[in-house]
Write a protein that binds this ligand. Sequence first.
Ligand code: UDP
Ligand code: MG
Length: 316
Amino acid sequence: MKISVVIPAYNEEENLPEVAARIKEHLSGRYERELIFVDDGSRDGTQQVLRELRAQDPDIHYVLLARNFGHQSALRAGIDYATGDCVISLDADLQHPPRLIPVLLGHWLEGYDIVYTQRRDDEKLPWLKRRSSSAFYGLMNKLSSVNFEPGTADYRLIDRRVAEVVRASPDVELFLRGFIHWVGFRQKRVEYTPEPRFRGTTKYTVRKMVQLALSGITSFSVRPLHFATLAGAVVSGLAFLYALYALYITFFTSRAVAGWSSVLVSVLFIGGIQLLVLGIIGEYLGRLFVQSKQRPPYLVRESDDGLARPATPVQR
Ligand code: UDP
Ligand code: MG
């Protein structure tokens, strides 16, 4: 049996040697193993560090992406290259404690296909991160048919069968957290207390978080489009009532003053709703556009010679 560990890394030079060592420490034993580091277009010494690690340890592999494609695409690249009977993914900053790896493997050996982790809410995490993540999951659950559990990130084990499903999925912009829930199979949750980032700072800028949230929502739900319809109906209903009221004032009272404020308010209100609805439609249209171009989710610049090209050509 072979275990693959996939670690996406973006500007993580200071963390990688420690990450590699800690993972190996918890993987020692009976199984064949491979650690696949995916360099997501780093600008620091990540590449160099990966080459050095590879030279010292044949279990370590690297895939260098052609530019920064984002965490989700980097994960996907790793899963495409992995050849193990199961694939474990975790972050390169030790916030996902490698000591859980034996626990994940244990549940996998019991017969679970997906073992995912859930972070216990931790006071040490930055307030914004905690709030934004729980607000995001709350919104996701309202908006989509897939149940998202707060605090589940991309630290998980998937069986080869699930890895094949991920590889075969045609989504250009795959939101793995949602997808993994969607596929079903036998799933098991493991809770953990996150650890502080080992070195360096977060690579998830606010912009990247917003992008992730938008892709999560639009790839798993068309409910925002229903909202657009609903808002349109409500606003036009209100406008109709207001028209009746205006007619009443004009014909049955002598109070008919040219009220520019009411005109302004209704114009601004309706204008705002229109922009919002157009924006929602635009988000989906944009994604259709990107998907229709059929560009691959990532491009590989180089991989080490010990790593076979993904076996079956991935059809996307
Ligand atoms: N990451 C990546 N590409 C990116 C941003 C992040 O591969 O564009 C990696 C990063 O190196 C780390 C993981 O994704 O291994 C999670 O990022 P980070 O720890 O910065 O996010 P946070 O834990 O702060 O949410
Ligand atoms: Mg982190």
